[in-house]
Ligand binder design. Sequence first.
Ligand SMILES: Cc1cc2nc3c(=O)[nH]c(=O)nc-3n(C[C@H](O)[C@H](O)[C@H](O)COP(=O)(O)OP(=O)(O)OC[C@H]3O[C@@H](n4cnc5c(N)ncnc54)[C@H](O)[C@@H]3O)c2cc1C
Length: 342
Amino acid sequence: MRTRRGERRHGRGADQPPLCLRRRAERPRDGAARLERHRPRHHAVRARSGAGRRALVIQPATAARDAYDLVVVGSGIAGLYAAIQAREYGASVLIVTKGDIDEASTRHAQGGIAAAVGPGDSPAAHLADTLEAGAGLVDEEAARILCFEAADRIKDLVRYGVHFDQTNGEVSLGREAAHSASRILHARGDGTGLEIELSLSSLAQREVTILEHTQANRIVVEDGRAAGIETFTTTTGERRRFGAGRVVLATGGAGQMYRTTTNPVVATGDGTALAYACGAEVQDMEFTQFHPTALVLPGRPVFLISEAVRGEGARLFATDGHRFMPDYDAERAELAPRDVVA
Ligand SMILES: Cc1cc2nc3c(=O)[nH]c(=O)nc-3n(C[C@H](O)[C@H](O)[C@H](O)COP(=O)(O)OP(=O)(O)OC[C@H]3O[C@@H](n4cnc5c(N)ncnc54)[C@H](O)[C@@H]3O)c2cc1C
């Protein structure tokens, strides 16, 4: 599409609601069965390293406008979801992402995504498990939002085209450590993150402007608030400045600080650095989650062995054959929380 100003856009005009999304007020409020499902164009997927990857047509930075209602930094689940939600409300949205659009931790997530949607389960039970696993360090309000809004966010993902695995017409739920109920939704078996990343990026590419290989280098601050970002496009050497009504930093984690990690190369903690550099307070920097199990083969990338394996009954043995987890947590053993097992 070409606007009056001659700019090419992926989606419709900024003042029009997106074609395949309906505003929140128009959506049915009850019943997963009534959810309107967006069907991603999976025929557009091409192979890369054995995993699916969508062929995208991304504009050069010069084709993007100078300002947007919302600029999102990062194209994992957080950034794509924020961008699509904002677009549903009619905002003009730019996503910048420093690698390929699907280069994010999200595509590597295997085990699944937790939500208390099973029979006999409840958000309150999910919250209790989360507080217990957090050993007194949990931000309870954040955990409450996570647990009580999880089912609605899952419905959003379904509406945006994510297909979770089912058994006999019901969503199939796995069990993972520290959960007292089976509440792990998964997709493509152990390809949950890949399914989410491809579905959301497929929808986003039609609805918002996306610049790949474009990293945010600085947040522009005016009158004490974020007013845009400065970017560098690594493939062309181009530098740009984009104005923004709001800036969302969704840059993922910082696993690349460590010599051995299952995180992708883009996980370098940029969001924290960008925010800190322009005066934001940062918190909880001492917390890094270490996943207990991975496969390390010489000369190969480290491959995470999903917690779902222990959820299905796998046991951990030392090289001398001793099953060691009962020594540390007699009751839960291999199903103790990650920090205990790690
Ligand atoms: C191997 C592995 C397995 C996992 N398994 C699970 C699981 O089973 N269940 C679960 O719940 N979680 C799992 N996780 C964790 C989960 O994947 C992450 O918590 C989640 O995907 C984070 O999403 P995000 O959108 O915040 O970040 P990411 O998905 O990492 O996305 C960050 C984005 O920001 C971009 N970016 C970074 N810096 C810049 C910059 N300066 N400018 C522009 N773009 C930038 C990146 O390119 C990327 O697109 C797993 C993680 C890994 C690594």
